[in-house]
Design a protein around this ligand. Sequence first.
Ligand code: NAD
Length: 355
Amino acid sequence: MKIAVLAGDGIGPEIIAQAMKALDVLKRDGLQLELEEAPYGGAGYDAAGDPLPEATLKLARAADAVLCGAVGGPQYDALPREKRPEQGILRIRKELQLFANLRPAMLFDELASASSLKPELVIGLDILILRELTGDIYFGEPRGRRINARGEQEGYDTMLYSEPEIRRIADVGFQAAMKRSRKLTSVDKENVLETSRFWREVVKDVAKKYPEVELSHMYVDNAAMQLVRKPKQFDVIVTGNMFGDILSDEASMLTGSIGMLPSASLDANNKGLYEPAHGSAPDIAGKNIANPLATILSAAMMLRYTFNQEEAARRIEAAVKKVLAQGYRTADIYETEMRRVSTTEMGDAVVAAMG
Ligand code: NAD
């Protein structure tokens, strides 16, 4: 199991080091993990003049999974667009053909008071939002500006999904549902959009391969409402790029802190790139106060989705739950009477909790 580790910038190296400690415990206990680090983002630019240096891309291609910290920082803001750290993210996703973005919104009950919703609505919350990442109105052609028949300027984009694009994301959705509680909600806007009508038809067809999964369909406006009204009704949500962009951010807020949220982006063979949902947090970089749990939980997702190591994934997740129950809190999730810890202390606590 080969893992390319791209720590990136800002808090990236600090939080990645904690995830590597957790993976080291699994290695010690016999899991055959090979980890190799390479520069990426601003660090890639500093090392090789490129946010995704050739050698880093080569390593990522050869690996089975890529574990990333985060990229970006004010010192890179003045660079030309193609040299900016964020281009490293976009390029690696494209190069590795990562089309499925998985964003769990899982609330650790110990953090229920950090949610924007009442505790009874979110205690036990565990949903997975699956967003298609390479198609839809964000990439559809034609797009642009033009002068219309009335001589007015207008802007336009094209919402577009091909059948293979819908099939492959639907497959990931059903497979994820099979690993969880076998409920899949496909979100669209079928009452208005032709693309959505087609989306729904194809998803229904793919469903025939997965008779064990209970499939339902929901309009995106209703889904946005239901997520804040009764979020626990969902298990896995599958949707297109734009709807998924919006719903996954909405769902993330139900869980309180951005420092807790992992994410995965997968290709057709379950090779994946795993990273926290947050950025490089330059405001707190180098202070040893960042929350490493999103990154540690990203490593758990990697074990589950790329390596099929469910037991190892659960071991990490259970350790995170345990440290929260023990009262360990980094500054971003701190509440009075809790044990305030640094980034490294949180990493050590997770390692200790893994036994
Ligand atoms: P951010 O997520 O880095 O930070 C937003 C706020 O959340 C900050 O106050 C930060 O201190 C806090 N925060 C974030 N992660 C935290 C953690 N683990 N523990 C504690 N607090 C945490 O978003 P931003 O400030 O908008 O962006 C900063 C840089 O990150 C920019 O250069 C941006 O382009 C980049 N960025 C990178 C990624 C990525 O690498 N995938 C994603 C988003 C933003």
